[in-house]
Design a protein around this ligand. Sequence first.
Ligand code: ADP
Ligand code: MG
Length: 245
Amino acid sequence: MEMIKVEKLTKSFGSNVVLKEIDLTINEGEVVAIIGPSGSGKSTLLRCLNLLEKPDSGHISIADVSLDVKQHSRKEESALRHQSAMVFQSYNLFKNKTALENITLSPVVTQGLNKNEAKALGLSLLKQVGLEQQAHQYPITLSGGQQQRVAIARALAVKPKVLLFDEPTSALDPERVNEVLQVIQQLAKQKITMVIVTHEMEFAKNVADRVVFMAGGNIVEQGPARQVIDQPQQEQTKRFVRQFG
Ligand code: ADP
Ligand code: MG
């Protein structure tokens, strides 16, 4: 079953055309890694998927919500946003809230649940990312890897259909990268649909079902992860993986 369908998605910043009629379909439970040089439009594509960035034209569907980016109601826009949750490079935790509060603060969690239910959910998610013991600590007392794991738990708390990761390990000290990648790998095993922008080629090979290579606002090449990274067909992809592999 199709979970995400992007059709002819276009986005410019002034005269800079950043996404050029992108078409991309992702199935339910599929893990897709997006790779490509800096400035190729990877973050913009992710941000457009949950409308953090407003695309210029095209069509986006996630699960049962579908909209024309030029022409839709507020209600459709809000519905599309709620289909996905984003994990950023820089964690973006609330500094004056504990790990647990960061997770239970989301209106989507608190609206539907009473305090105890929200707390139980928060603790179970912290357990899932290996941070039950740190529930009452503030972000400043946690390592970067721990903060990013809290951010992942927070994203899961709203029970999104799709998780979007924008270079989730790029800001981490090298010795903290694996603990975050392992959490993402666990989620992949649970068949959660995920789109992950990453420069970690080994991780992409091991965890992603499919790799999408972007350059200059286009999808240049895509296919099974090992095929794209180990045997790329396009010159641009070859040059890129040689540099990062
Ligand atoms: P990537 O994530 O692949 O490095 P981005 O999607 O961040 O690429 O950026 C693609 C292009 O869009 C770059 O040229 C970048 O400078 C530009 N860009 C991204 N965000 C903005 C913005 N908010 N305003 C103007 N230009 C932007
Ligand atoms: Mg980026």
